[in-house]
Design a protein around this ligand. Structure first.
Ligand code: NI
Length: 210
């Protein structure tokens, strides 16, 4: 079955080349996460800047990165359900394009976002050759509880990082939008999901300037 014959993608950097092997092949490169995007579905994605540097601190830069993420997602057919954007990393939960059998355009989507954002930030800082982005990691969410817990995790991420007391006070995440568009029952369900058991690498310490 195609969905079980997973392909392996090798990542060398933000601009990622993907190679599919069938049947399963497993090759790991140091410091480069494997990307398994052969299956259409719902993914939890985290991306960080190189060396966790605060390239997107401050309102103007966060606004551009936030807008850029939502725009590429729309352009590539990804439907984001939760997102949180910070000075040195971002997370989102998104559904891969409904019309495609795989989620493999995620690499092109984030490659384009990172390339454009890096050029922009480097121009502002007069640092043309600077490496801005590190890489991204994705997890396919196959269990409803895992999916719902990560939705809450992402909505609440600005609180976890100590930037606000209540998530909807942070403009560069989805909490405010979610509270406006979801039903009270949906909000209650999602916000009550415990997230403390989730194993999410997220010790990024983003800038308090937002
Ligand atoms: Ni985070």
């Amino acid at each position: 079955m195609y969905a079980k014959a997973c392909c392996v993608a090798l990542a060398t950097d933000v601009l990622i080349r993907q190679f599919c092997f069938m049947p399963v092949a497993k090759i790991s490169w140091p410091h480069a996460p494997e990307h398994r995007l052969c299956v259409r579905g719902t993914y939890f994605v985290t991306a960080s800047t190189y060396l966790r540097k605060q390239h997107f601190a401050g309102l103007a830069r966060l606004a551009v990165l936030h807008r850029g993420l939502l725009k590429v997602a729309t352009d590539f057919g990804w439907r984001l359900e939760a997102w949180a954007v910070f000075s040195n990393h971002y997370h989102f939960v998104g559904h891969s394009p409904a019309g495609l059998d795989t989620a493999e355009n995620l690499s092109r989507m984030l490659g384009l976002l990172h390339e454009n954002m890096a050029k922009w930030a480097n121009k502002l800082d007069s640092a043309p050759a600077r490496k801005v982005w590190h890489n991204y990691r994705e997890t396919r969410l196959t269990y409803e509880r895992s999916y719902l817990a990560r939705l809450n995790y992402v909505h609440q991420n600005p609180v976890k990082h100590g930037l606000v007391a209540v998530a909807n006070q942070y403009p560069w995440c989805s909490a405010r939008w979610f509270e406006r568009t979801a039903t009270p029952a949906q909000i209650k369900t999602i916000y009550h999901f415990k997230t403390d058991q989730l194993m999410v690498p997220d010790d990024f310490e983003p800038s308090p300037v937002w």
